[in-house]
Ligand binder design. Structure first.
Ligand code: NAG
Ligand code: NAG
Ligand code: NAG
Ligand code: NAG
Length: 392
């Protein structure tokens, strides 16, 4: 089955429930029979309670006055939701025997069972089954993915995804011929992996990192962006993932993005974020993690070159990356000076920000950015001083 959208069915069922509920209250009030509280208890537990004591004679359910169908019951509810009709109904209901009231209780309870909201796990299972259905239409496949995208957001649901076979099903979609399917699948994997070491490990074990890294190279921007988002979420604070990223030439992947002037700026920002992340990880895990490319001069030059880009937001991300990279022992200040021309890049940015401060609309942002720039410059000069000191 492929028609299930929690967003559209929920309010409708809830609406029906409210109508039935208000009608039922009138019945209860009219009869004043709620002394046992049995209906409420069983309603609360969604039909789990033994309710045989409520059923006097099952055949009576078929008699007139009962509702033989869901439709009949809905009509009853809708009819009785009109205020004047509600009043009438209350009077009518006063004439109901307690037997008839019992019947309504049972029918209402059955209806509530039918309206019972499926659990998130059940909804995920439906979407996963759909993904595994080869003959599903593209549109339905996309809808199933959109549903999973929402469902995996709570961390417990993300953990359930693998148990339900969902990770494998979603990862398979990364090979789909449709770019939207691939992009949304990457997005789901990223969302589920984010800050979730368990899911990160599961996804890495299934081998999705390499596939996602290939998608980052897509010439279709949205697909590349979602794939890079997923790669970043998958290897963040994850030493195994970062080493695999490095072994699979993540260095070149980042360099291709940073060096390509026609690539979307969002991809460049994400790459710089990832660089800062990797540098911080390297700093925290000096003894277990080897990311030699972070010290590579070509790589460092590409990051420094972004400082003189035309997009301030992008320049800011580059500053953050350089700030993190400067903390690493492996980052050679002389390379930054002689090969990357960091002094010149920082000075050029200083002048640019000075001009910007004269513009009232950008003044505050320029001041913030200048203070970050100055911090980076100070850290850089300090690092440079250390290596330039001639031992006596
Ligand atoms: C069913 O209801 C009738 C009258 O409403 C009552 O006399 C009878 O004892 C009830 N039977 C059970 C099993 O509750
Ligand atoms: C697979 O999808 C098709 C098309 O939506 C549907 O007719 C069929 O019932 C589905 N099969 C299963 C096993 O759900
Ligand atoms: C730069 O990016 C564009 C857009 O993704 C792509 O078409 C082009 O091949 C890339 N250029 C190089 C040299 O990789
Ligand atoms: C993207 O690359 C594919 C081949 O991988 C090519 O067929 C398609 O024309 C390219 N699209 C754009 C927009 O460059």
């Amino acid at each position: 089955m492929a028609s299930h959208c929690p967003n559209s069915t929920t309010p409708f069922s809830f609406f029906i429930f409210l109508m039935l509920f208000s009608s039922f209250i009138i019945t209860i009030n009219a009869e004043k029979i709620n002394s046992t509280g049995s209906f409420w208890a069983s309603a609360k537990e969604e039909g789990e309670v033994d309710d045989s004591h409520l059923i006097n004679d099952s055949q009576e359910n078929e008699l007139d006055g009962g509702f033989s169908s869901l439709e009949g019951m809905l009509q009853w509810a809708i009819g009785h939701s009109d205020p004047s009709k509600l009043k009438e109904a209350a009077q009518d209901n006063q004439r109901l025997s307690s037997e008839e009231v019992h019947k309504k209780q049972i029918e209402l309870k059955e209806l509530m069972g039918k309206l019972k909201m499926p659990s998130d796990a059940e909804l995920m299972q439906i979407a996963i089954d759909d993904l595994n259905n080869e003959s599903l239409s593209l549109e339905d496949r996309h809808r199933a993915l959109q549903e999973l995208l929402i469902l995996v957001e709570p961390i417990d649901n993300a953990k359930d995804l693998n148990k339900l076979g969902g990770l494998k099903a979603v990862i398979r979609q990364l090979d789909h011929s449709d770019t939207n399917i691939r992009a949304t699948s990457a997005w789901i994997i990223g969302k589920a992996s984010q800050n979730n070491p368990i899911v990160q490990k599961q996804v890495l074990e299934i081998g999705a990192l390499v596939k996602l890294m290939k998608l980052v190279q897509s010439n279709l921007t949205e697909e590349a962006i979602k794939a890079l988002y997923a790669v970043s979420a998958l290897i963040r604070n994850n030493v195994d993932g970062q080493e695999l990223f490095c072994a699979e030439d993540g260095n070149m992947l980042l360099q291709d993005i940073l060096s390509n002037s026609s690539i979307d700026i969002r991809l460049k920002k994400k790459s710089l974020f990832l660089v800062a992340d990797l540098a911080e990880s390297q700093l925290e895990n000096t003894d277990k993690l080897q990311l030699p490319f972070l010290a590579d001069q070509l790589f460092l030059k590409l990051v420094v070159d972004v400082l003189v880009a035309t997009d301030l937001d992008l320049q800011e991300k580059a500053l953050y990356s350089i700030k993190s990279l400067l903390l690493l022992k492996s980052t050679d200040a002389l390379i930054l000076k002689n090969f990357c021309k960091l002094d010149a890049a920082l000075e050029k940015m200083r002048l640019q920000l000075e001009l910007l401060m004269a513009d009232e609309n950008h003044r505050e942002y320029a001041i913030d950015l200048e203070s970050l720039r100055r911090e980076v410059e100070e850290n850089y000069f300090r690092k440079l001083d250390k290596v330039m000191q001639v031992p006596t």
